[in-house]
Structures are given as C-alpha cells and as structure tokens.
Design a protein around this ligand. Structure first.
Ligand code: MN
Length: 713
C-alpha cells in the first residue's frame, strides 16, 4: 500500500507547488472515516482511495484531484457529508467529491452494447468537471485490478462487462490509452478466461523459440538510428492479450510470429526529426505497402500524433514502428491530463480556474469520428440532453424539454401511438410535463388510443412529431372518407343511381384520383363535389340542383333536419374533420347545418346562426346533417349571456345553480359592469341542448339573476 509520504513525494515531483497540507489532511480524514472497514481482499478499505490517488499521480493531476481521490468513497461508504467535506477541504473539492459520488450511485444495470453509448453520454453529462471522470476512471482501474477478490461470479462478470462497454471506451475518448488497454485486458480476463489463456500460451510458446526477440529488435533499431547520427530513443513491448485477441478477431488470422504482436517506438526531439527518422528506417528496411500512416500532419481527433509504418525489419520479421516526439508521446500517454498540464505550463491563468476544462471539452468535442462516441453532438449539448430510464433500466436519451410522449416514441413507435398516460418515478403525471435526467418513466398504453393532434404542441423530438402528424393525417383522411361516403350515397340514391365499385373506379381515372377512398375523402373535406362524381360515373346524369342534398336554398332552410337525407355527424375530435363552430356553439338537440370548408372539413352551425346568412349564395357548401344519436355524453360548450344583480353572494348563487345541474363553468367573462348589474358571458360544459336548457331554467329561478339567455352566433 502506498504510504502517506510517498504519495506526497510523488505529487511534489511534478508539482512543487502542490498543497501538501491538504493532501495530508485528506489522507488522515479518509483513514479515520473508513476506520476498520475492509476490502473484499482483506486489506484495510483505506488502501483503495490511496491507490486511486496513486494512479492519478501518473497523470500528474492537481492537488484538488488527488484530495478528491482520497475522499472519493467517504460520502458513499462512511458518515461523511458533502457539507463537511466542503467545509474542511473547500468548495472545489466538495464539488468534485459530490460529482464522483453521483457517478457511483448510478446503477448501470442492463448494459448492452446498444445502451453503452447512452451510458457513456450520461457519465459525461454528469461529469461537469472532467476531473470527476478522471477520478472515476482511476477508481474503476483499481477496482478491476482487485476484481478477483470478489467472491460472487455474477458480480465480477457484471463489473467486467460494464468496464468493457463503458469505462474502457471512455478512457479511450479521453486519450488515456494505457488505462484503456489495462481496463480492457482485466475485463477480458474475467469475461473470456479461456480465450485469454490460449493467447498467453501461444505467446509463451513463441517466446521459447525466439528468446528475447523484443530486446534484440530494439537493439538493432537503436543502432540503425545512431549510425545515421540521429538522437532518438527506442522502446518496444508486447501487446496485451486483449489487443492481440482483437487483432485476431478483426483480421480473422492467427498470429504466426511474435513480431505480429510487438510494437516498437522511436522517440525524437522535434517533429522534423520524426520525418528524418522515418527516412532512416525506410532506407534501412523494406516497407510493407499500405501500412504507412501520418498522424502528425493529420492528428487523430482525440489529439493523438505519431507516424506509423511497418517494415520487414531485423531478423526478416515484419514489425510495426511508431515515430513521435517526446511531447507527442506524453500526450498519447496522458490524454486529456497532458492537455491540462501543458495549459498550466503556458501560464494560462488569465481565464477562470476552469479554462483548462473548457479546452478539454473542446478537444472532446472535436475528438471523435462521426460514427463514434461524440457523433454529431458537442459536449455542451450533453447538457442539453436528458437521460431517463424505462422500468427495466434501459436508458433513453432525449433533448432537454422532452416529455413522456417523446419518451414513448423513443422507446417504440407503437408505444408512442398508443400512449394514454405516464408515471414518472411511480407517480401519474400529465403527458405535457418535461422530464428530468434520472427520471424513471413508465408509459401507460391503450389499444384504443390514437395520437392526439394536441400532442404536437408539446413534443420536442422530430420522431414524435413526424409520427403524430402522420397518424393524425391518416385519421383525418379516414374521417373525411366516411363522411364523403355518406354524402355520396345519399346523393346517388336520391337521384336514383347505384353506387358501384366499378363506377367509382372509372370515376377515379377521370378525376385523376388514386383510389375510391380518395374520392370519398375529397368529398368529405370539401375539395370535390358529390355532383361531379355523379356526372363522372353516369355521364349525362344531371343532379337536379333543387333536389341535391348539398344544395339548399335560403327558402328551404326551414326544411333542414329532414332525418332521411341528413348525414349523422361523428368524430368530434378537435382538429379533425368535423368542427363545432365557435360562433353559435351547437349542442346535441339543436337543429344544425354543416358547411363544407375546402381542405378543412365541416363546420357545424345551429340553423339560426347569423353567420350562415353570408353563405346563402354558396349552396354547394351546405350539408344537411343531424346529430349522431349513438354519440352522447360528451361534454360540449354552451354559451349563455346573463345579467346578474351586483350584490354580495350573487356570483356564488350563480355557480351553485349551475353545479347543482351538473354543469361546469369553463369560462366567465364580464362584458359590462354597472353599479347595479353585471352583464356577463358564461361558457358552460354540457352534454346537450336539453342539459343547457335545464341550467338556464335553474338560473332564471334564481332571485339574483335578472335575465339569462343562450348566446346566438
Ligand atoms: Mn472507490
């Protein structure tokens, strides 16, 4: 176990200004808080935070990160609180420890490959400070190094899987190649021990035959470089079993010789030397075509720079050589931490203490190829996203402002289409609420449900909006078609003709329509006259305009409501084919007339609505309709005008009279007010004209009400 003074010395070696006192206090505090707790290995628990801090010294992190590493499990596993830590170690450390604690608390259940991407984003979104993530990675690395002490196989497996899917890729995105490789190999050992053992056995076999092959090749490369008067440092190593395994998988080959799994590196002083060294190597050995990559002129998007080439090298073995400067090497090894370090060296203290963080975020932002991790998404945009869970623990990412309907469509189109309600964290909520990161969302579905046009007003995802529009359009087409079919068959039978499929199919061609349902829908939404269709089916048939159902003169208005020819209206869903007009508020029981509005469907008016007068000259728009007797019980708006005495309690009397008659006031507007009277307009939810009449009668009986009558358009 790393000792207190050793930790301090390590930090001081790269940061002479480190706050030694703070590290010592954190050490003592964590040791006291963890007390006699034990790790699964039997070591004192405290050995864990110390080792985590030790890992971070390899990345030369600042005092706050080291202190955070020492304290990272105190809130989760001991009686310590964020408040106490902030008081003892300052707000910065408090904030960092809080961040690490939150990451620890996320239950990463159900980690599947398709979910991993979202989990990685979640971790990034929650790590407002990149140091939180660095501490978490070091924490995971130490836990993986000691994984074999956990006795439950299931638990080991799930930790290893999580490491493989979430943490190793995160380390890679942060440019921390060594952490990434080690995490992967440790996870590999747990997940596929036989595969790893076979790779190791093959390695040992080849080593027995080859002796210290790595050392010999290194020596020869070194001599080649020196002979050309070049100042360079050569290193070489075997790759880890997991990366060998991956190579075998992706290239579908076994490894024949050790050189397949060795990596050699030449480090030089400046970028120009890299190209010189490359020239020396290529002059000395034959190159393997197609293996040359120049990541110096075109760095990888996570900042990695190096030249890669393959040659038939010493001992006629094919080897890969990487050439880079010492600085490039440091960036490759330290990842984002190197960036922070160089920022510090450049004396960039003018900005806030977080300026380095912004820089890092910028790297991350530009760091990845499109199909990978950061995709089209900027890191700040993660702050514009929310992450919610299904009851099974699946993670769903939504744009900020997304609600249950967006969530439902994100899970599955069918779930969106049949969504009737939602529970968030176990409580029933309205569909229009906005979800928060961490919410667990359960969608309640019903086969009878259809997407409501109103949803479009509050969804934020394109997917939800597109599906709602599509479904509403289909729905409207359906309703228009039903209505149009009624209109058409009424006209045909009145004129003594039969409606036949063949006849209509022929009419489709003439009218340039796709199929019969388009004829019906066209009539229903007023784009097409039923009479046109009659003439198309039976050329020469002239519908007598006087007898035409849809052609009603002013004089005949009193004949409206002729049950035999009237079309029952259905489908009162707002936004669809039939609309109750706002001017006269027709109610079941009223005699009504429909006005076909091209492209919008049918407006329903009461027969005495004043707005109809202006339509007397447009007989083709008129449609004889009646209420569909099967459709009752729906609450509709009735409007009344009344004059109420201006005295105490009069409004109370008014609302009592309405409530006693099962009415519900939905709007109340005072039109005029004098010393003695209120003149007002009331909107009341009722089921029929009879219901409204009852309420009006009750209001008339009230002594505080001077007059009351139904409002007329
Ligand atoms: Mn820990």
């Amino acid at each position: 176990m790393l000792r207190q003074f050793e930790l301090v010395e390590r930090v001081k070696s790269y940061d002479p200004n480190a706050d030694e006192g703070a590290i010592n206090r954190a050490y003592v505090y964590a040791m006291k808080m963890h007390g006699s707790q034990m790790r699964a290995s039997g070591d004192p628990y405290f050995s864990h935070p110390i080792e985590v801090a030790g890992i971070l010294t390899n990345y030369r992190l600042d005092t706050a990160s080291i202190v955070t590493a020492l304290l990272h499990d105190t809130v989760e596993d001991t009686g310590a609180t964020i408040e106490e830590i902030s008081e003892l170690f300052g707000l910065e450390v408090g904030r960092l420890v809080d961040g690490v604690t939150k990451l620890t608390r996320i239950q990463l259940q159900n980690v599947e490959a398709k979910q991993a991407e979202n989990f990685r984003k979640l971790l990034l979104a929650m790590s407002e400070d990149i140091r939180v993530l660095l501490v978490k990675l070091a924490d995971r690395l130490h836990n993986m190094r000691t994984l074999n002490h956990i006795s439950k196989r299931e638990k080991r497996k799930s930790i290893a899987l999580e490491t493989m899917e979430i943490y190793a890729p995160l380390a890679e995105r942060l440019g921390m190649q060594d952490i990434k490789s080690e995490l992967e190999d440790l996870a590999f050992a747990e997940l596929h021990p036989e595969a790893r053992a076979s790779v190791l056995a093959r390695l040992r076999f080849l080593e027995r035959g080859g002796g210290d092959l790595v050392g010999r090749i290194m020596d020869e490369l070194d001599q080649t470089i020196q002979a050309a008067d070049m100042n360079g440092y050569v290193s070489g190593r075997e790759k880890l079993p997991y990366s060998i395994w991956c190579k075998m998988q992706t290239q579908d080959v076994s490894f024949e010789q050790l050189s397949d799994i060795m990596a050699f590196r030449i480090m030089v002083d400046d970028p120009a030397d890299c190209y010189r060294a490359l020239g020396i190597i290529h002059a000395a050995y034959r190159t393997v075509p197609g293996r040359f990559k120049d990541y110096i002129s075109t760095p990888k998007r996570n900042g990695y720079q190096s030249i890669h080439t393959s040659v038939i090298g010493p001992a006629k073995l094919r080897i890969e050589v990487q050439i880079r400067t010492h600085t490039m090497h440091e960036v490759a090894e330290l990842g984002v931490a190197a960036h922070w370090r160089y920022k510090g060296d450049l004396g960039d203290v003018a900005g806030s203490q977080y300026s380095w963080l912004r820089e890092l975020l910028e790297i991350l932002e530009h760091a990845q190829s499109p199909e990978e991790f950061l995709e089209h998404t900027k890191l700040e945009m993660f702050q514009d996203q929310i992450f919610c869970f299904t009851p099974k623990g699946e993670l769903i990412a939504l744009p900020k402002g997304g609600g249950p309907v967006d969530f439902a469509y994100a899970v599955h189109t069918e779930i969106g289409d049949t969504c009737v309600g939602a529970k968030v964290n176990g409580r029933i909520v309205p569909l229009r609420i906005k979800l928060q990161t961490g919410d667990q969302v359960e969608i309640v579905c019903s086969e009878a449900q259809k997407p409501s046009p109103e949803w479009e007003g509050f969804v934020v995802t394109g997917k939800a909006r597109a599906h709602i529009r599509r479904r509403v359009r289909l729905e409207a087409h359906d309703e228009y078609a039903k209505l149009g079919k009624e209109i058409l068959s009424k006209l045909f039978s009145k004129e003594g003709y039969d409606v036949t499929d063949d006849g209509l199919d022929a009419a489709c061609k003439k009218l340039d329509l796709h199929d019969r349902s388009d004829i019906y829908a066209g009539i229903g939404d007023g784009q097409l006259m039923a009479r046109q269709v009659l003439e198309a089916v039976y050329p020469g048939a002239k519908a007598d305009s006087e007898a035409n159902v849809v052609n009603i003169s002013k004089a005949r208005r009193s004949n409206f409501g002729d049950e035999e020819n009237a079309i029952p209206i259905k489908g009162l869903t707002p936004g669809l084919s039939v609309h109750l007009s706002e001017c006269c508020h027709p109610l079941p029981g009223d005699r009504i007339v429909g006005i076909l509005q091209a492209g919008k469907g049918v407006d329903v008016h009461t027969i005495d609505c004043e707005s109809l007068i202006s339509l007397d000259d447009e007989p083709d728009q008129w449609l004889d309709i009646i209420w569909d007797a099967k459709k009752t019980g729906e609450m509709l708006l009735g409007r009344v005008n009344l004059i109420v005495l201006n005295e105490p309690g009069s409004l109370g009397g008014l609302s009592t009279a309405i409530a006693e008659n099962m009415g519900n006031i939905s709007n109340l507007r005072i039109v005029n007010r004098s010393n003695d009277f209120f003149e007002m307009a009331l909107d009341i939810e009722v089921t029929s004209v009879k219901h409204l009449t009852n309420i009006i009668a009750a209001l008339r009986a009230s002594p505080v009400i001077n007059s009351v009558e139904r409002a007329r358009g």
